[in-house]
Structures are given as structure tokens and as C-alpha cells.
Design a protein around this ligand. Structure first.
Ligand code: SR1
Ligand code: MG
Length: 403
């Protein structure tokens, strides 16, 4: 339909959807809305008014939408995303949207419409609990990560996959925005002026920055498993009885704790933000308790399921040495804490803040929540090497809020 890449208009997206084989009838009455509110892409929601059938067309722009054309960005992220979704569907098909079609020319993917779900971050801001969340996310993590690692794959096949998911430009965004820029006076930073003192104390903390340097190196060099790469609560869609992980355009081979840590960080950001959100005090306490319990259950569920997969599949003699899987899981727990710490601080100091905190008014109250997020983030990093169980990780959050 198009000979070379072009960003589609709403009208062109409708014609495109109409032309997709087997999706809409020739007399379909298609209505289109561009609904992208993320940092990077165009997202068209196209629905047939007659049959009720619908589809999402997600198209990568050749630049970062949040900044504009001055920040060019690879279109290859669209391939990475389509392939990562297909890879995840092999193991946890009910936990990811179905990919109907991928168009490399237009950097566009046609995917299942999840309009009956909402973005988890929005649900958490409203104080909604999702009873299925910990079970689903721990399954997602254990299965997607174990089955793409050396613990399961043949070494040649694993290295082929590393090659398939080389994603340097998207990784560079993370290297800068999560592991470097927030910790010095970088141009990309943007933070509440009321927390300048806390931010400057981070910029001046050599011990902390030294640990962050180690975490950055692990992110850049440890090809442990195929990660989602950006698993915050805006990349998860939910309804009462269903969880779907979306948007793996940052997928690459990296350390397992980076994905687990992303979820934990975002639950903890929700935890600090609810000191300020408008829930009644007893509901607030109960919701915050649920957030920490959910973080713990995600970890324990992940650990149990990962061990089960290990016992079933690991055949390598040396890896079966007693205690080795315990060492792996302990390292993942400590990495989870460290990466969660970086991910909390980047959302307070750096580019791309989160609505959980941004929506808090007035700025003085927001500053309190942001300072708490920075304190938890720092302690997660500095104390991670002495952690042995997940309750010690969540205790750091409880103590900062005096609970
Ligand atoms: C320029 S992209 C900013 C952020 O949005 C994405 O969701 C990633 O978290 C990235 O760091
Ligand atoms: Mg995203």
C-alpha cells in the first residue's frame, strides 16, 4: 500500500486497516481514533461500527514523540516489539496481546484491541486492587525470563536470540535516562524545584553513584535473559480477572532483575504517591498494604515458578550443583532492589516522570512524596547486597514512610 515509510494519518490508518486480510468485511464502517499517550509512538484504535470488531495499529515514529523530531529514534524498535510479543506468546499467550500482522516497511504492528482493560498505572492511581495481578505477573516473569535464558536454551540458540534482539538505540535511552542523567546536573533532567536539596545530595553521593555504576554495567553487559526492558505500570493492562503485558519495544538480552525491579519500582512509586492521593485514610492504609503485599507476592511467585522450571529443565551437570540456583535467585533479588532503586529515582529527577507523582497537588505535598521515593530508591541500592528475602526489601519502603 505504501512504498516507503510514512507516518500514517488517521484516514490512511483506516484504509490500511481495511486492507488487512481477514480482519474487516468490505462493507465495514471503520471509525478511527489516535489514542497514543505514551512517549514514543502513534497508536490508532480502529473499530467497525457494524460488527463491533476492532484492532490497534501501533506505528513507530522515526523520533521520540515526547521530545519531537530533534530526538531521532530507530524504527527497528517496531520489529523488536513484534518479535518479543511473539516470543512471549509462546510461553504465556494469555498474558500478552495477540499480534495479527507486522509491517516492516511502515514499522507498524496490528495487535489485539485491549479496550476492555485499563492501564495498570491508572487503576493504581484510582486505588483499585487487582486480585489476579501478582499471580499473573509472577508467571509472566518466571516463564518469559527462564525460557529465554541459558538455563533453558541450547547455547547456540541463545546466542542467535541475543543477536536477534540487539537493540542498541533503545538501550542507550535506558543507559542515559535510568543510569546516568539523573545522578548529575544533566540537561534532560526535570524535577520539582522544592526537592533540589535532596537531588543535589544524590549528585554529591559518591558511594551511591559508585553502586549505580555497577548496576549500569550489569544492564549493559549481562545477557542473562530476553527482557521486556521497560516493564513499568504503563506497560501493563488490567481488568479484574486479566493481565496483559504490552509495549516490549525496549526488549533486549539483559539481567533478569531489571524486569522484576521495574515492576517493584512502580508499585513502590504508587505506594509513596498514596500518602498524598485522595483516598480516605483507612482505605489508603489498606491500599498501601496491598501494594507491598503484591510486590512480595510477585517476588515469591516468581521465585517458586522459576525454581519449578529449573528443576524440570536444567540438565547441565555443573549448574545442578547444590546451592547454585539459590545463588542465582539471591542475585536476582539483589539486582531487583538495585534496579528498582534506579528506576524510582529516574522518575523523580529525570526525563519522563510518572502520573502517580505528577498528579499530586500542591507542589509541597508532591515534594514530600518525591523525597520519599528518592529515599527508598537510595536505600534499595545501598542495602541491596545485604538482602536475603523480599520482606527486607519492602521493609525499606515501610521504614521510610514510618509504617
Ligand atoms: C524518550 S523515552 C522516555 C521513557 O519512556 C519509555 O517508556 C521509557 O521508560 C523511556 O525511558
Ligand atoms: Mg512504552
Amino acid at each position: 500500500m505504501f512504498e516507503k515509510y510514512k507516518a500514517l494519518t488517521e484516514k490512511e490508518a483506516v484504509s490500511y486497516a481495511h486492507s488487512l486480510p481477514g480482519l474487516f468485511a468490505p462493507d465495514a464502517e471503520l471509525l478511527n481514533k489516535e489514542i497514543g499517550d505514551g512517549n514514543l509512538n502513534l497508536v490508532f484504535h480502529i473499530a467497525d461500527q457494524k460488527s463491533g470488531k476492532s484492532v490497534i495499529l501501533k506505528q513507530a515514529l522515526p523520533y521520540a514523540r515526547v521530545v519531537g523530531e530533534s530526538w531521532p529514534l530507530t524504527l527497528d524498535r517496531s520489529r523488536i516489539e513484534a518479535e518479543a510479543l511473539k516470543q512471549a506468546a509462546k510461553r504465556v499467550s494469555s498474558l500478552v496481546p495477540q499480534v495479527y500482522f507486522y509491517d516492516s516497511q511502515l514499522a507498524l504492528t496490528a495487535i489485539e484491541d485491549l479496550s476492555d482493560h485499563i492501564i495498570l498505572r491508572k487503576g493504581l492511581i484510582a486505588g483499585t486492587r487487582y486480585p489476579q495481578l501478582a499471580e499473573d505477573l509472577s508467571t509472566y516473569l518466571a516463564h518469559t525470563l527462564f525460557y529465554t535464558s541459558d538455563y533453558y536454551l541450547d547455547p547456540q540458540e541463545k546466542k542467535e536470540k541475543v543477536r536477534q534482539f540487539i537493540n542498541p538505540e533503545m538501550c542507550k535511552i535506558t543507559e542515559d535516562l535510568v543510569f546516568t542523567d539523573p545522578y548529575y546536573n544533566a540537561d534532560t533532567n526535570s524535577f520539582n524545584p522544592l526537592i533540589r536539596e535532596s537531588v543535589e545530595s544524590i549528585w554529591n553521593n559518591n558511594e551511591l553513584k559508585r553502586e549505580i555504576a555497577h548496576l549500569k554495567e550489569a544492564f549493559m553487559t549481562r545477557t542473562q535473559a530476553l527482557l521486556h526492558g521497560d516493564l513499568h505500570t504503563g506497560s501493563i493492562m488490567v481488568k479484574e480477572d486479566s493481565t496483559k503485558v504490552i509495549d516490549p519495544e525496549f526488549a533486549y538480552y539483559g539481567p533478569i532483575g531489571f524486569d522484576v525491579g521495574a515492576i517493584v519500582a512502580n508499585l513502590l512509586l504508587s505506594y509513596v504517591s498514596h500518602e498524598a492521593h485522595s483516598l480516605e485514610p483507612d482505605k489508603r492504609e489498606a491500599f498501601q498494604k496491598w501494594l507491598l503485599e503484591t510486590s512480595e507476592k510477585i517476588w515469591t511467585g516468581f521465585e517458586t515458578k522459576f525454581r519449578t522450571l529449573w528443576e524440570k529443565h536444567v540438565k547441565d551437570e555443573i549448574w545442578l550443583t547444590e546451592g547454585y540456583v539459590d545463588d542465582i535467585l539471591l542475585q536476582i533479588l539483589r539486582d531487583t532492589a538495585g534496579f528498582a532503586g534506579c528506576k524510582m529515582m529516574r522518575r523523580v529527577i529525570g526525563l519522563a516522570p510518572v502520573a502517580d507523582l505528577e498528579l499530586i497537588e500542591p507542589a509541597e505535598v508532591r515534594a514530600e512524596a518525591e523525597t520519599n521515593a528518592l529515599l527508598i530508591g537510595q536505600q534499595l541500592i545501598l542495602k541491596r547486597k545485604s538482602l536475603h528475602k523480599v520482606s527486607e526489601l519492602t521493609d525499606i519502603a515501610r521504614q521510610v514512610l514510618g509504617k
